[in-house]
Design a protein. Structure first.
Length: 79
């Protein structure tokens, strides 16, 4: 298991996610982002708007994902 925070995954808080694969952790962060979006949390709304800008460009989105995947792969496993 590895740990990444909401902030590390393009979000806005220090909430931690734990997963064995990058896909899994990305999914958890997405769900959390949606919850915060529904609550209308301003910091998360801002972070999501920035993500939306990235998502407009498929190449930028791909690069963002690859970078985060590398970051995830480079993390030490949780003890
Ligand atoms: Zn968050």
């Amino acid at each position: 298991m590895k740990t990444m925070t909401c902030k590390q995954l393009g979000g806005a808080c220090d909430r931690e996610f734990h997963a064995n694969s990058f896909e899994e952790i990305a999914e958890q962060s997405k769900k959390h982002g949606m919850e915060m979006f529904q609550k209308g949390d301003p910091e998360h709304l801002k972070a999501m708007n920035e993500m939306k800008e990235i998502m407009k460009t498929p190449q930028a989105m791909k690069d963002w994902f690859e970078n985060k995947r590398k970051e995830f792969d480079g993390l030490p496993d949780d003890k």
